[in-house]
Design a protein around this ligand. Structure first.
Ligand code: CAA
Length: 632
């Protein structure tokens, strides 16, 4: 199933999370049934949604018409059969009791059509165990939304023991359609984010309990170490001490004494009080507190790798998107060196009672011993036969291109080039941008010389796209501004979602396009139109971009990637030698005079005739069969 085949989503449970999920689903264009056991709960959920939308109207996030449409798309009911009828996806968001969840899943399984996908929004229960309640466990997974579910962009997509790869791929894509940044993980206690975030809260309490630092100092230490605006105690006051305590207890039950809740956290929970945040920051104690907080996070992050729960990139996205940390744990470890990270993890483990101590995670130990970094990239590569999807993945900064991202893109392109089986690339972006340009925050301090080197790096990477044999399709999923639009201009084909916005806003920043925009755009749309776009810094919608020939085709957001992959596979099915030579002859020909270009075409097509592919392609036509190209 593809996200575009999902028309109706059934949400079970109209509490805070269920209502938020229902709102997000309706906002993303789905019909939604919101079911709870009593009418008053359903009404409460709908009222919650109405209130959130009213606030959205006040803050100009939604218009009155959009709010009306969203509410009309949500149908509240207490009847389980009616709720499930016609739904392709059922999202359970009832309270955390496995017996009740299993019973409800049993009931909806009977009422639902075969092939329906079931997911649970649990934050602590086992997906594999719940999957036993339904008849098709391959169609069962976890979708862990973060509070507030309608707004928070992070979504954990969790596979149980029996979840199929197709179900996971569908849910990852669906998450993107719903405007989320989905991260993939295996069923495991705390999944990704809570696994390191809850022990970080717990550690803050241990530090105070042991007298290492006071509350104000620990909060200040956390803000400095993790680049955040709110320390752990201030945050617990906002989200609730009980949830921190219960979550730590749940990790303790599943993972042992290294996760034992701090006595202070327990006492505070029992006293039903908020933390007193007053007090001075003790600069001397701050360093020790920072090291302990980093130590626990690095240890748990390493354990996630030892247990193969997720990729380091997804763990980092959990932190930057879900928690708004400046860097994720793995990028932090790389920044300070894995040797130092191993030391901090080891030092933290020494603070545990002897019987609770576990070794430093093997993956961290090995990397530190070899003096290597965590292999993380801001460009994620997924392959599907001859097609590679390269996803620009720095969504907290709208995938803005800094030196690191450009280098990662270069490495990803090299990786594709090194694999002769990969013939077509689909280049897209995570979150709501393709790429929102060069990184303004990195550029702000650059000297002219540094800017020159940065610009040359951009040129090298973009030129590589033009010169490589693989065909590159840009699938513009959102903003493609400045360097982002220039990146698309270096690709062979540009497809865009209806939500895409393209433009070259540089002159508004006091600079002009520097990643090829002043040269490639005029070649594509003509000098006068290009100057209009560059000089006015005007943004175009996808439809407007198509009208001037800047975009090949526009698709609904939920069909863009599907369409790009389909086109990629179609290209990959043609004669490989002919495809790569055709790319080069078109690109070169556009740069030179017609006579030279036609001569170039003669040489190029003669090369085609020297290939085995030509023999196979022509013969297959005569034999009325599908050609079996070898790419030689
Ligand atoms: N560089 C660095 N960070 C960027 C960025 C960029 N180009 N674009 C967005 N971001 C960051 C924002 O700073 C913000 O981070 P924080 O949450 O930490 O503050 C985050 O991404 C989300 O952005 P917004 O809050 O601004 O999101 P929005 O939805 O309100 O607006 C936007 C989206 C219209 C894309 C807006 O972010 C924007 O205008 N970005 C800048 C676009 C631009 O001018 N690009 C050209 C860059 S120069 C260039 O590319 C030179 C060249 O030719 C090589």
């Amino acid at each position: 199933m593809r996200p575009s085949e999902i028309k109706k989503i059934c949400v079970l449970g109209a509490g805070t999370m269920g209502a938020g999920i229902a709102q997000r689903a309706a906002q993303s264009g789905f019909q939604v049934s919101l079911r709870d056991i009593e009418d008053r709960f359903v009404k409460g959920g709908l009222e919650n949604i109405r209130r959130t939308l009213d606030e959205g109207i006040k803050r100009r996030k939604v218009t009155e018409d959009q709010a009306k449409e969203i509410l009309e798309a949500i149908h509240g009911t207490t009847d389980i059969k009616e709720a499930v009828d016609g739904a392709q996806l059922v999202i359970e968001a009832i309270f955390e009791d496995i017996k009740i969840k299993n019973q409800v899943f049993g009931e909806v399984d009977e009422a639902a059509a075969p092939g329906t996908i079931f997911v649970s929004n649990t934050s602590s229960l086992s997906i594999s165990e719940m999957a036993r309640a339904v008849s098709e466990p391959a169609n069962f997974a976890g979708l862990h939304y973060f509070y507030p579910a309608a707004i928070n962009r992070l979504l954990e997509v969790i596979s149980g023991d029996d979840t199929s790869g197709e179900t996971m791929d569908l849910l990852m894509d669906l998450g993107r359609v719903m405007g989320k940044v989905p991260i993939r993980c295996r069923d495991s206690p705390g999944f990704i984010v809570n696994r390191y975030f809850v022990p970080y809260l717990n550690e803050a309490c241990r530090l105070v309990d042991e007298g290492v630092a006071g509350i104000a100092t620990v909060d200040a230490a956390a803000c400095q170490a993790f680049g955040i605006g709110m320390g752990p105690f201030a945050l617990m006051n906002a989200t609730g001490v009980p949830i921190a305590y219960h979550s730590q207890c749940s990790l303790h039950d599943s993972l042992g004494n290294a996760y034992a809740p701090s006595d202070l956290l327990k006492r505070q929970f029992e006293a039903e009080e908020l933390w007193d945040l007053s007090g001075d920051v003790d600069e001397k104690a701050k360093e020790a507190a920072m090291n302990r907080l980093k130590g626990v996070v690095y240890t748990v992050a390493g354990q996630l790798m030892d247990e193969e729960v997720c990729s380091p990139e997804d763990a980092d996205l959990g932190a930057t998107i879900g928690l708004r940390w400046a860097l994720g744990p793995f990028a932090m470890m790389n920044a300070e060196g894995t040797k130092e990270a191993r030391y901090l993890a080891g030092a933290w483990l020494q603070t545990l009672p002897e019987e609770a101590r576990v070794p430093v995670p093997t993956t961290l130990e090995d990397l530190a011993t070899r003096g290597e970094e965590w292999p993380i990239s801001t460009v994620v590569v997924e392959t599907d036969g001859p097609v590679a999807v390269l996803r620009m993945s720095r969504p907290a900064a709208m995938n803005a291109l800094n030196t690191n991202v450009l280098q990662d893109l270069h490495v990803a392109l090299e990786r594709v080039e090194a694999d002769p089986a990969l013939r077509v690339i689909v280049l897209t972006g995570e979150g709501n941008a393709f790429v929102a340009g060069a990184d303004i925050k990195e550029m702000v301090t650059k000297t002219p010389l540094e800017a020159r080197e940065f610009t040359q790096l951009g040129h090298r990477v973009f030129r590589r796209i033009e010169e490589m044999d693989a065909i590159v399709i840009a699938a513009i999923n959102g903003y493609a501004l400045g360097g982002g639009m220039e990146l698309a201009l270096a690709c062979d084909i540009i497809l865009a979602s209806e939500k895409a916005r393209v433009g070259l806003p540089e002159v508004g920043l006091g600079i002009h396009p520097g990643f090829g925009g002043t040269q490639r755009l005029p070649r594509l749309v003509g000098r006068w139109k290009a100057k209009e776009l560059i000089l006015t810094a005007q943004q175009l919608s996808a439809a407007e971009a198509k009208e001037i020939g800047l975009v090949n085709e526009v698709y609904p957001a939920d069909r863009l990637l599907e369409a790009a992959k389909k086109m990629a596979h179609r290209i990959a099915g043609q004669g490989p030698v002919a495809v790569k030579l055709a790319k080069h002859v078109v690109n070169r020909g556009a740069e030179i005079d017609l006579d030279t270009a036609l001569n170039y075409e003669v040489e190029s097509v003669s090369l085609c005739f020297a290939s085995d592919d030509r023999v196979e392609g022509l013969q297959a036509f005569i034999d009325r069969r599908k050609p079996d190209f070898k790419g030689r």
